[in-house]
Write a protein that binds this ligand. Structure first.
Ligand SMILES: Nc1ncnc2c1ncn2[C@@H]1O[C@H](COP(=O)(O)OP(=O)(O)OP(=O)(O)O)[C@@H](O)[C@H]1O
Ligand SMILES: [Mg+2]
Length: 242
């Protein structure tokens, strides 16, 4: 994917959360957004995922601007997938049905086609033995991996992840991060918001540091972590990498 953002502004009431944000990436498969709490990462990710419309400005993936009208946004959202910190699985359904039902009801597959499509990914991520359990019978890490699988089996053009591990214990975090790392090179591009800096370094083709409503640093992990010449960026990394 190649992402270009121009003059992106998002205002809630009198508060300007994103202020003429600009970014132009190379042709990459993963972009990681980092930065201080309240800096605007989730706000930006929601716009890129087609969940919110910015006050002003534009963003383009591979030269195609994000739609602003309802019909355009609806069809855009069907081509991408989003995973949040809280995995939002249906509590009364088995893991298997949580995967199958969106394929049937949103993407028009038959139940048989949907069952066939999820079988291999369930096995690949060691989740087949848990497929008939409901979310309450699964660990947080297992639930989040099901939620990521649910996003993947619709074969999205790209995946948006907002702090997918921040509600998990360290041990469960590792299994979810391994799963995200496996996306690299599998042909699914992603934009990830994370506070896990070592993981960001491992999976990011490029990192954008979001703060004060804009991009305060941007480049490869090495460039952003080691050569930030912005004092806000340096102070942040001094704190979190210590
Ligand atoms: N719908 C909204 N209405 C009003 N203010 C909002 C709304 N959404 C976000 N904000 C404000 O915008 C700012 C940026 O929020 P955002 O959630 O994008 O930050 P973040 O970088 O994701 O932070 P964190 O790391 O804590 O998740 C915050 O001050 C937040 O209170
Ligand atoms: Mg956030």
């Amino acid at each position: 994917m190649q992402l270009t953002i121009d003059n992106l502004t998002q205002q809630f009431g009198s508060v300007r959360v994103l202020d003429q944000l600009a970014l132009s990436t190379g042709s990459i498969s993963s972009l990681v957004l980092v930065g201080p709490s309240g800096g605007g990462k989730s706000t930006l990710l929601r716009i890129l995922a087609g969940l919110d419309v910015p006050t002003a400005g534009s963003a383009q993936f591979d030269g195609t601007p994000l739609p602003r009208d309802d019909a355009g946004l609806l069809s855009y959202r069907r081509t991408v997938a989003t995973v949040f910190q809280s995995y939002n699985l249906f509590p009364h359904l088995s893991a298997r049905d949580n995967l199958i039902l969106p394929l049937v009801h949103v993407h028009g597959l038959s139940r048989e086609e949907a069952a066939a499509r999820i079988a291999e990914p369930l096995a690949r991520f060691q989740l087949a033995e848990h497929a008939d359990k409901r979310p309450a019978q699964l660990s947080g890490g297992q639930n989040q991996r099901i939620a990521i699988l649910r996003a993947l089996v619709v074969r999205p053009r790209r995946l948006f992840l907002d702090e997918p591990t921040s509600a998990l214990d360290p041990e469960m975090t590792a299994e979810v991060l391994d799963m995200i790392e496996a996306l690299k090179g599998s042909g699914t591009d992603f934009v990830l918001v994370t506070h896990a800096m070592h993981f960001a370094r491992r999976v990011a083709d490029e990192i954008a540091f979001i703060g004060d409503g804009g991009v305060l640093a941007h480049g490869t992990a090495e460039q952003v972590f080691n050569h930030g010449d912005n004092p806000r960026v340096t102070a942040f990394f001094d704190k979190v990498l210590r």
